[in-house]
Design a protein around this ligand. Structure first.
Ligand SMILES: Cc1ncc(COP(=O)(O)O)c(C=O)c1O
Length: 389
């Protein structure tokens, strides 16, 4: 039986009645734009994130974009971003006319390296945008200390990290602004595109609400040039239902991650594969369970092919670092070197970890990886890296 990377149909089967009930209620109301459903979800989501406010928006990308707009970041400004993330993290910086400044990550959590941030700061730095990649928070205490010294903003890209914690504090409440994606594959996924921005700063929240509707307040009077970044009432209603189940799902992911650790240990594979680790004081919510093959890209790709041949879903997040993307060829910082990001791009692979995954399925995944590794002796595999491309 095939094992997908994510099984949304299995999740839907468990909540179908609740979802159909609420969607029918929205259809009956014929109220689709903002309104009561959106406000209710925003209240619940802000509370979940231990944040003062949540502003529902059209996607995670728009959450990041509207956050930058609300801080009035634009031409002449620099925003520090990790070299290894989903494209949107850097794309939005460019879209507001500012310059992304790429810095390297750490391989222990795949998150931005505070030491590299310190080295990249200039008088033009307006914000730092750490990403809580795969569901584990970045080193926010160190990042916060750097930002405070210079009075610059910190914007969390928490797209993959709803419910992640650092020292008992939730992602989205660890800086001025937290940006979330509700893309269907996220731990809290909509039935389409959606996102949210959290903040405990009342003035910033007010701006975010305005920027979401073309910078308009009152109706047809515009203080800023914003956009249509609204979340649909239908998505908000669905997300409100799913939010009730989120903790149970996140715990399922965590349980599966712990079980993989046992299985990979029992299979004697721990010398050839680096498993994701939960750093001290953090709660990892495993939006992705990403393993690393330190022998390099050839071995990683062989495992990927083997898994796919066995009908097991897996994915490389992300095969090319941000500074090496064609569209950033003229960004000055893209000419730097990012060895840890290159290693992550070459050596990592996401395998299924969704909460409905069974122990039997996990055993199949581990067995398939074991077979792939035993079929490729370490010594014969050339190390090919992004850096050498
Ligand atoms: C780290 C990161 N940032 C931003 C985004 C953008 O979110 P969306 O796809 O909802 O626009 C994503 C989602 O894929 C992401 O993983």
């Amino acid at each position: 039986m095939a094992i997908p990377l994510l099984d949304l149909k299995a999740q839907y089967a468990t909540i179908k009645d609740e979802i159909l009930q609420v969607t029918e209620a929205v259809f009956e109301s014929q109220a689709f734009i903002l309104g009561k459903r959106v406000e209710e979800f925003e209240g619940h989501f802000a509370a979940y994130c231990s944040s003062g406010y949540a502003v529902g928006v059209s996607s995670g990308t728009d959450a990041l974009l509207v956050a930058l707009m609300a801080l009035q970041i634009g031409p002449g400004d620099e925003v520090i971003v990790p070299a290894y993330s989903f494209f949107a993290t850097a794309g939005v910086v460019d879209r507001v006319g500012a310059t992304p400044v790429f810095v390297d990550i750490k391989l222990d959590d795949y998150n931005i390296d505070p030491a590299a941030i310190a080295a990249a700061m200039t008088p033009r730095t307006r914000a730092i945008m750490p990403v809580h990649l795969y569901g584990q928070t970045a080193d926010m205490d160190a990042i916060d200390a750097l930002a405070r010294r210079r009075e610059i903003a910190v914007i969390e890209d928490a797209a993959q990290a709803v419910g992640a914690e650092l020292g008992g504090r939730r992602a989205g409440s660890l800086s001025e602004l937290g940006c979330f994606s509700f893309f269907p594959s996220k731990n809290l996924g909509a039935f389409g595109d959606a996102g949210a921005v959290t903040t405990s700063d009342e003035a910033l929240a007010g701006k975010l609400f305005d920027y979401r509707v073309h910078g308009m307040r009152p109706k047809y009077f515009h203080r800023y040039v914003g956009g249509n970044f609204r979340i649909d009432a239908l998505q908000a209603a669905i997300l409100d239902i799913k939010l009730r189940h989120l903790e149970e799902w996140s715990e399922g992911r965590r349980r599966n991650a712990a079980h993989y650790r046992t299985l990979f240990g029992e299979a004697g594979l721990r010398d050839r594969i680096v498993l994701p680790s939960e750093l001290r004081g953090r709660r990892h919510v495993f939006n992705q369970y990403v393993v690393r093959f330190p022998e390099g890209r050839v071995v990683r790709d062989r495992v990927l092919e083997h898994l796919r041949n066995d009908g097991i879903g897996c994915e490389v997040y992300y095969p090319l670092t941000l500074p090496r993307q064609e569209c950033f060829a003229n960004v000055p910082s893209a000419r730097g070197t990012f060895p840890q990001s290159d290693a992550a791009a070459d050596q990592t692979l996401a395998i299924p970890v969704y909460p409905e995954l069974t122990e039997g399925q996990m055993a199949e995944v581990v067995e398939s990886i074991g077979k792939a590794l035993r079929g490729s002796a370490g010594a014969e595999t050339a190390r090919v890296s992004n850096a050498a491309r």
